[in-house]
Design a protein around this ligand. Structure first.
Ligand code: PLP
Length: 393
């Protein structure tokens, strides 16, 4: 007999994927330029030329070694290069033994949750949140506890976090720059969170880990993105090159268990164990080696910055309410009726594909992914105008 919980997951529709599939169908019917698909977070900027050069250069190497297995946690030389980059960038001493290379942040998060929890534990997330957190938390036999962010800043509500912590709380997941709202948590906000977690650890006599999900670390528009382990040492960073280097299909990233954590070695060993238990061993080796060669190549955010300008200026002029995004490539816009799903449905009638906030654990908003062409944004403005007017009649 199959596992019902897994069947339910496999069978469950994803609003984002459904909307994306609808967009493809609609484009085939009426033309690519007539459908304004803001559903999915697939980078629209090509990977930097240095990535292609690195891969081409690697193709000259001995194929048996190049395509062979690496150790489960990743190639030691690659881990050394990444550890050195972390040390250089954040002024810390990162060691390769604390790194576990993964197939993207998705694998990193599933591994981290499995490594840090026991069945029955609670894991806190800040809502709205990336929907797969729920999948990974529940797959580990734990309960997801949603803590709403402050509105309208969408910073962490640290008092609400304090109130939500119980003796079963083993970890808190934060994501900054944030998907879906585009907020970047300030240093003060993260320091206040660290204080709450330290006090709770002391009161409850147990460690509470912070999992910092950071695929958008480099996608920012001037805001500081503080280094979380420097603020709260009991942090695991789940990093990914999917967005930073536009490589989402290549599945490469890492978990860094902060060297500053009191139980750093034990946690790194548990991470290795969870990776093994889940079958996430030996992240794609060609990409591991390519990353070692491009570790200092900057992200290209110019196109996203321009899209952000076009979209925020255009929607502000039309009178939409939204959260000014400091990072990532998402705009969080207030739905024009309380039911976000109904609003998203109505938007479809104007060929606008907007993801309703229910997908992210809250009501009343939609997410616009602006990793699209600038022409899509410009072309969409009359549709946004007509959508707004349809509520004013
Ligand atoms: N976390 C967040 C907040 C994301 O938005 C995504 C992808 O969109 C992921 C994790 C997973 O990213 P990856 O491609 O690195 O697995």
């Amino acid at each position: 007999m199959i596992n019902e919980a897994m069947y339910a997951l496999g069978d469950e529709p994803s609003a984002i994927r459904e909307l994306f599939a609808y967009g493809l169908k609609r484009k085939a019917e009426i033309g690519d330029d007539k459908v304004f698909d803001f559903s999915i977070g697939n980078p629209s900027v090509p990977a930097p030329a240095a990535v292609k050069e690195a891969i081409l250069a690697l193709m000259e190497e001995d194929p048996v070694t190049l395509h062979g297995y690496s150790p489960a946690a990743g190639d030691p030389q690659v881990k050394q290069v990444i550890a050195d980059a972390i040390s250089r960038k954040f002024g810390v001493t990162a060691t390769p033994g604390q790194l576990y290379l993964t197939a993207g942040a998705a694998a990193g998060l599933a591994i981290s949750i499995a490594a840090l929890t026991h069945p029955g534990d609670e894991v806190l997330v800040i809502s709205p949140y990336f929907p797969e957190y729920k999948t990974w938390i529940e797959a580990a036999g734990c309960t997801i506890v949603e803590v709403p962010a402050q509105v309208p800043s969408f910073q962490i509500d640290t008092e609400a976090v304090a109130a939500a912590i119980t003796p079963k709380t083993s970890a808190v997941i934060v994501n900054s720059p944030n998907n879906p709202v585009g907020a970047v948590y300030t240093r003060e906000n993260l320091e206040a969170l660290a204080t709450v977690l330290r006090e709770a650890e002391e009161r409850l006599g147990r460690p509470i880990y912070l999992i910092s999900d950071e695929p958008y670390r480099e996608i920012t528009y001037g805001a500081e993105v503080p280094y979380v382990p420097a603020i709260y040492p009991r942090t695991l960073v789940c990093y990914s090159y999917s967005k930073a280097l536009s490589l989402p299909g290549e599945r490469i990233g890492y978990i860094y268990v902060s060297d500053a954590m009191p139980d750093a070695r034990d946690v790194a060993v548990a991470v290795a164990g969870a990776g093994r238990a889940l079958g996430y061993v030996c992240a794609p080796v060609l990409l591991q080696k390519a990353i070692a060669r491009v570790v200092d190549v900057p992200s290209d955010v110019a196109a996203y910055a321009e899209n952000r300008r076009l979209l925020t200026e255009g929607l502000a002029q039309l009178g939409y309410e939204f959260v000014q995004p400091d990072g990532a490539f998402y705009l969080w816009v207030r739905a024009l009726e309380p039911d976000a799903q109904a609003f998203s449905e109505r938007a479809k009638g104007f060929e606008l594909l907007l993801v309703p906030s229910n997908s992210f654990g809250c009501e009343g908003w939609v997410r616009i992914s602006y990793c699209v062409s600038a022409d899509t944004i410009k072309g969409a403005m009359p549709a946004f105008k007509a959508l707004k007017e349809s509520y004013e009649q």
